[in-house]
Design a binder for this molecule. Sequence first.
Ligand code: FBP
Length: 548
Amino acid sequence: MTKSALQLARSKYAPKLPKALEGSVTVRLGEATQSVSDQKEIKELFPNTYGLPKLTFEAAQAGEQGQAVNVGVILSGGQAPGGHNVIAGLFDGIKRIHPDSRLYGFLMGPEGLIKHDYKELTAELIDEYRNTGGFDIIGSGRTKLEEKEQFDKGLEILKKLDIRALVIIGGDDSNTNAAVLAEYYKSIGAPVQVIGCPKTIDGDLKNEQIETSFGFDTATKVYAEVIGNVQRDCFSARKYWHFIKLMGRSASHIALECALQVQPNVAIISEEVEAKNLTLDDVVTSIAEVVAQRAAKGWNFGTVLIPEGLIEFIPAIKSLIAELNDFLAHHEAEFRAVATDEQRAFIISKLSEANSKLYASLPSSVARQLTLDRDPHGNVQVSLIETEKLLAQMVGSKLAEWKEEGRYSGKFASLTHFFGYEGRCSMPSNFDADYCYALGRTAACLIASGVTGYMSSVQNLTAPAHEWIAGGIPTTMMMNMERRHGEMKPVIQKALVDLKGKPFAYFAAHREEWAATTSFVYPGPIQFFGTPEICDQPSRTLILEQTK
Ligand code: FBP
């Protein structure tokens, strides 16, 4: 593999470790735990892995060498910067347990386990990937690991390779499935420990125990850099409004973090839209008001940040989508038989009055998308809807109306952007490189402790890395019961933006000023070499959340 000068320099970076993990380690057992809610149901579903104690690793005098262990690893779901360092930390950790320990990577996500597709991860291979972005060392995939047949099929290859522990690196759903797998293997007496690691750029796998998921830090820094560049261009030319959609399937953590970093003129937070029961027109009006307010000062430029999942959080659109799903599920053939240019009118004639009115008000491209693009479960694929274009177009129409009424006399030219895939495989920031390596080393300590059904956890993350606290959290502790596909299931609670939390409060306290002035911040690229103030700062979200 040909490497750039920066890649070569970066491959030599030694991640900073929590002090407790530098030498030999001992484990301190905490109190027995409970799930965040629905304790009775979760306990019944996880009789073998419920109520386990939290674990903390502490430095110890050098002890006897452990036994060699074969370990499997899976990358699950969307890419997030730092995944390779989790694997490197795990590799180094199990080699410290015993030099004959071996690591096997299952290829292209959970499917690799089911299809028995794997490769051994040797020291030479691991060295190639230290501190690099991407998941390409073994690939990732979205196959859900949730059926007994899949578990049994996986067990065949685990037995064949004498794998005694499986580490699943994934988001809330993958870690939920990891907990179910841990319980199943324990219930049938299969000697395989299952350990999870918290991954997702979306930042929605966090709670009292998991301070942040890995990848969020780097991805948001990459987006903030690019948004900063767009803002500087915007302020230089002073002729465009930039509508920027940001990844993060449902929660708005990425949009909020970027807003905190770049101070845009407008940032929409989906959770607030839902809490205030806003309509699409309310959202459009709120943006148009800022455009008009700035135009009155002669400033026909600005930036608007839009979270990817916004459309699903607008209560009226949620209800429109639900009715459309239902209608199309029952009348698919009838609908497809209608000529393309008459489909819009056909749908309008079939929906309830409120939804029909809303549907009729949507630009034709979005209206068409709502009826055509449905996933295998019959749901509209809202992530494909170009919300940034929808909002830019609707704000333009609103301003044109206001111009006719004499309420607005500015110029409005818009440009749209979507930043998502650009940030998912970026070279990890020092924070993510250190955090991920520590998560991998912690996973190895959990394996050495013989436990199963735990998630690797590293806490105290706004302190310098050597003060971080490594341990294990029973995954059942983070669970509650939720309705999924019509059935109540035990799942890890997804963290949405907390409207009472400090990051949102800071944003809310400053947004009017950012709208009325031009207070853009240009964060610049991630730095790897330099002082900790430049290279090691965690996300603003994490800093604000941990401010006393
Ligand atoms: P994970 O939850 O698996 O980490 O993935 C998050 C994400 O990057 C979302 O932000 C985005 O909506 C989605 O993946 C895109 O999915 P895909 O990679 O399948 O296009």
